[in-house]
Design a protein around this ligand. Structure first.
Ligand code: 4AD
Ligand code: MG
Length: 446
């Protein structure tokens, strides 16, 4: 049976409307002759206040037993709400218990730590915070598809099981039995990029959006072993076109979150991270800053800051450096380009200076790197040399080199870490709390 969502009742319901809703109780308060229930179905942050009067036939036998976590179906009439915030509440004429919650229901009214909530990932979507996060994720995912679809990008479904190490960094999960089954070693993909390049060199503009896996032992608030990545790839495109796409992409998706998740954003702003909504608006409204890696390193060296990791040309930027650049130096998202070849993947286009490649990272406040990408090396011989220099097995990448022999064109793309974007948008401190079922070193429950 479908009933209207709590969201639609709160938005459109008028006093006098007959309404049936179903959901779970966040709280149940029983006073002398009345029970007050806060009912949520996850469609929005706010719950619908239900007033259950003693005239209900099951008032003594059931209604007065109701507590947090119980599932109910309520039929009644909308009446004016004396409480603040909402203009209507539901006066129950019939209340049916759909599912009881046992006494040891762990989500009581008090605030629980996010660490604790991770241990009950089967129940945490019912909390305000996680419910809001998952609604934001959903809106962001929709906006991502919409952004690319409106621009004629083809969604390419790249494989999760793969033989290729797209980053050449050896951080892959091996698939046990892959060799026997597929006749070759098989792993979980770290990125759909190489396959997306195949797509771009036929369909011109493609994107992937799916789970990726990294077997890096990074126990940080920004790393997951399984995360979702969005990877557009464009033929006949250089680094500049790539940077332009990255900027309009991020701004469009963040605007969609502001527009469609206003209630949840107000919650994050008030309860999770003060100023997060304004920060998001700032990103939507302000053009990004851009500078080369070489310039960024100069600025870092001249900053007078004490960093845990020393900076010098040739070293990879650490999160502390990235954050200083985007937070302190420019105060907005920053696109850093043209990194030293030695710290970037084999597939990036080599600049004429013989030292740098056409890489691009987008850094945002609080998170640091949110996007990594590049123009790709489309010159066969240059690519081959680079792969040899990095010690890659050319037999493994024969098809990748082939693409450079049959109608090769300049092309470029990037990867957005979906969870890092949701983290930035919501202000959630730990990336484990913006994905329904986090996978991190030592933990893969549910
Ligand atoms: O910078 P990365 O490693 O780039 C690539 O994988 C390219 N092949 C993408 C491309 O050009 N098509 O990863 C891209 C983004 C990072 O900027 C970061 O936001 C996110 O993916 N990311 C992670 N997010 C969560 N947990 C991890 N362990 C992550 N590693 C990377
Ligand atoms: Mg990167």
């Amino acid at each position: 049976m479908t009933t209207p969502s709590v969201k639609s009742v709160l938005a459109e319901g008028r006093v006098g409307d007959p309404v049936t809703v179903q959901g779970w109780l966040r709280t149940a308060r029983h006073s002398k002759g009345l029970s007050f229930l806060d009912l949520t179905d996850g469609s929005c942050l706010a719950g619908l206040q239900v007033v259950a009067p003693p005239e209900l036939e099951n008032y003594e036998s059931e209604v007065r037993l109701l507590g947090t976590g119980w599932a109910v179906r309520v039929q009644g009439e909308l009446v004016e709400s004396p409480g603040k915030g909402q203009h209507v509440e539901l006066r129950a004429a019939q209340l049916e218990v759909v599912g009881e919650a046992a006494d040891d229901y762990p989500l009581q009214k008090k605030r629980h730590s996010f660490e604790y909530l991770r241990t009950i990932a089967h129940l945490r979507p019912r909390t305000n915070s996680l419910g809001a996060v998952f609604r934001v994720r959903n809106v962001a995912a929709r906006a991502i598809h919409q952004f690319f679809q409106e621009r004629g990008f083809v969604w390419l479904h790249t494989p999760i099981l793969t033989g290729a190490d797209a980053e050449g960094a050896g951080e892959m999960f091996e698939v046990e039995g892959g060799e026997a089954f597929f006749g070759r070693p098989t792993r979980l993909t770290v990125s759909g990029q190489l396959e997306a390049e195949i797509g771009a060199l036929a369909l011109s503009n493609v994107y992937t959006f799916g789970p990726t896996f990294r077997a890096e032992n990074s126990n940080t608030s920004r790393h997951l072993a399984e995360f979702w990545m969005v990877e557009p790839e464009m033929a006949f495109c250089d680094l500049r076109g790539n940077a332009e796409l990255a900027e309009s992409f991020l701004r469009t998706v963040m605007k969609a979150i502001l527009d469609d998740c206003a209630e949840d954003m107000a919650f994050f702003d008030e309860r999770i991270e003060k100023g997060v909504a304004a920060a998001l608006e700032h990103v939507v409204e302000t053009p990004f800053e851009q500078m080369t890696y070489t310039e960024a390193v100069k600025r870092l060296e001249a900053s007078g800051q004490k960093f845990e990791h020393p900076v010098h040309w040739g070293a990879d930027l650490q999160s502390e450096h990235e954050r200083w650049l985007t937070e302190q130096l420019v105060g907005k998202p920053l696109v850093v380009t043209d990194y030293p070849a030695g710290i970037k993947a084999f597939y990036m286009y080599a600049n004429d200076d013989g030292k740098t490649v056409r890489a691009l990272d987008v850094l945002v406040p609080r998170i640091g790197e949110i996007i990594g990408g590049s123009q790709r090396e489309h010159r066969h011989d240059v690519l081959k040399e680079r792969m040899l220099a990095q010690g890659l097995d050319l037999d493994e990448y024969g098809w990748y080199l082939d693409l450079r022999r049959f109608g090769s064109v300049p092309h470029a793309g990037f990867g957005l870490g979906f969870e890092r974007m949701v983290q930035f948008a919501t202000g959630m401190a730990n990336i484990r709390d913006v994905i329904p079922f986090p996978r991190v070193p030592g933990y893969a429950e549910f």
